[in-house]
Design a protein around this ligand. Structure first.
Ligand SMILES: Cc1ncc(COP(=O)(O)O)c(C=O)c1O
Length: 497
């Protein structure tokens, strides 16, 4: 079913779009911003020119000219007699997985703050040393499998057991990363149009996975620096979502850690309501203090609780390896579901992962040290060059979650490539059109790159604020710190509840 945007909703989303340029150009620019930060669903239908023009208080010719420009640039497709539909230019679609928000003609030498994935660790290269001999010992096998080689599943299971959550290898499935695991779980545990409960902000690709499978998102905003435990509990009890998704340790993008009580109440209400909760542990081991003990999200064994994890952040995303920890019968169903779509895991990265898990303490020490340095360098550069920005220094994770003090994140992401830097606006992490006053900055770069990146960012921010301040006096107050999130306590699908 096509989703049609109505004129008054669009009017609110566009906000004060008029700048000093020709009106049709400003309007087209505002549309591009909304499309590129993911706030206008691809494939949705724009209102007819005759209904949008009076709503915006402009002439129909202006809307016609803006739509024409968007069509020429590849952001709209018109079907005769059927309306205009949002799309993205073909050259964006190619890099859509990583960068659907990046405008055409991007600078390949730009400093990239869009991806929170560190470079391969030296432990990774060490672990590949014995690959030749290890593979030699396994050539009699087919070299691929659906659930994961037993040695790796045993190591992952032992790891959970040693951390206080007794686990057997039959409760573990190896996947091509945590995103793959999440996609399989959505398909197994929900059906079309079911609601999936998620936090806002959250990991945007997790949201994309839900929506691309035609499920609805039911998003609950974090309350500044904490979870709305009561609201989450009530929502699970009343709405009984088939599936919920949370990041309890070093939440991406905020770096927050979910209090023990919230975890327990999420689990208890899920058990009572009869659905499943998935805890994404992709960032869980990334405490930046070297001596921080490891722990699973919970040590409570429950048929309703599933964990997914990944080697992507600790070792390297290029390994494409993750896992699911779930009750054995659920793992069997997942394996069957997977068989219809792909032939399974290659043995090669799995062997590397086994070597890495055997010396996990060293692997972790290396990653934590480099991320800690990265965080401190980035935080220092931001404090010096962008003193208007505010953030909480996270104890773990991969990024700073920055309050810009103004709703300009999408604009900033739009002009950033002109300054040689690429960004993901905060709204990409929020429920629909929210969180445009935030920016996620990953600290995965070396010192020189991070510092240069912030210099470029400061120039881009100057440009945006000059423009913003010039337009502001009559209509926009600065965003009050923190309170911005409260207004989005709960949203569903594409609208507010
Ligand atoms: C919270 C979270 N989950 C999952 C993923 C995807 O991980 P993978 O590379 O294992 O698919 C990421 C990557 O950024 C992430 O931040």
């Amino acid at each position: 079913m096509t989703y049609s945007l109505n004129a008054s909703h669009l009017d609110r989303m566009l906000g004060r779009w008029q700048s000093q340029g020709p009106a049709y150009l400003d309007l087209a620019n505002a549309f591009r911003t909304l499309i590129m930060d993911g706030r206008l669903p691809l494939g949705s239908r724009l209102p007819a020119e005759r209904s949008l023009a009076p709503q915006l208080g402009i002439s129909r010719n202006t809307v016609t000219a803006a739509y024409r420009l968007l069509r020429e640039q590849g952001y709209l497709q018109s079907l005769r007699g059927n309306g205009s539909f949002i799309t993205i230019p073909a050259d964006h679609q190619q890099s859509n997985r990583i960068a659907s928000w990046i405008p055409a003609g991007q600078d390949r030498d730009a400093i990239d703050f869009t991806i929170a994935s560190p470079q391969a660790s030296t432990s990774f290269f060490d672990a590949t040393q014995s690959l030749h001999d290890d593979i030699g010992g396994n050539v009699e096998d087919a070299g691929y499998d659906l659930q994961g080689i037993s040695q790796l599943r045993r190591l992952l299971a032992d790891r959970y057991t040693s951390l206080g959550l007794p686990t057997s290898p039959s409760e573990v499935m190896v996947t091509a990363g945590a995103q793959h695991a999440w996609g399989l779980l959505i398909r197994l545990l929900t059906k079309e149009r079911d609601q999936v409960l998620m936090e806002s902000p959250t990991y945007p690709n997790a949201v994309d996975a839900v929506r691309s499978l035609n499920r609805q998102t039911l998003m609950i905003g974090l309350d500044g620096s904490d979870w709305h435990t009561d609201l989450i509990q009530t929502t699970i009890s009343r709405r009984k979502p088939a599936l919920s998704y949370f990041m309890a340790d070093f939440h991406n993008p905020t770096g927050l850690v979910m209090p023990e009580e919230t975890r327990n109440r999420v689990i208890a209400s899920t058990e009572k309501a009869g659905g499943h909760v998935v805890f994404d542990e992709t960032l869980s081991d990334l405490a930046l203090d070297e001596d921080s003990p490891l722990r699973p999200t919970t040590t409570h064994r429950s048929p309703h609780v599933i964990m997914i994890g990944s080697f992507s952040k600790i070792v390297w995303a290029g390994l494409r390896l993750g896992w699911v920890r779930a009750p054995a019968p659920l793992i069997s169903r997942l394996v069957t579901l997977r068989a219809a779509a792909d032939a399974g895991n290659s043995i090669v990265p799995q062997i590397i992962a086994c070597r890495l898990l055997e010396s996990y303490a060293d692997v972790l020490r290396e990653r934590r040290r480099s991320l800690r340095q990265g965080r401190d360098v980035l935080a220092d550069a931001v404090r010096r060059l962008l003193p208007r920005w505010s953030f909480r220094l996270p104890d773990g994770g991969l990024s700073l979650w920055i309050d810009l003090g103004a709703r300009v994140s999408s604009r900033l992401a739009l002009v950033a490539p002109e300054h040689g830097v690429r960004l993901l606006p905060g709204s990409r992490f929020g429920a629909d059109s929210t969180l445009d006053n935030y920016l996620r900055l990953p600290f995965v770069h070396d010192e020189a790159t991070a510092r240069e990146g912030v210099v470029r960012l400061a120039a881009a921010f100057d440009q945006v604020m000059n423009d913003h301040d010039a337009r502001r006096p009559d209509h926009q107050a600065p965003v009050p710190r923190r309170s911005a999130d409260r207004s989005l306590a709960m949203t569903s699908g594409h609208g507010f509840l």
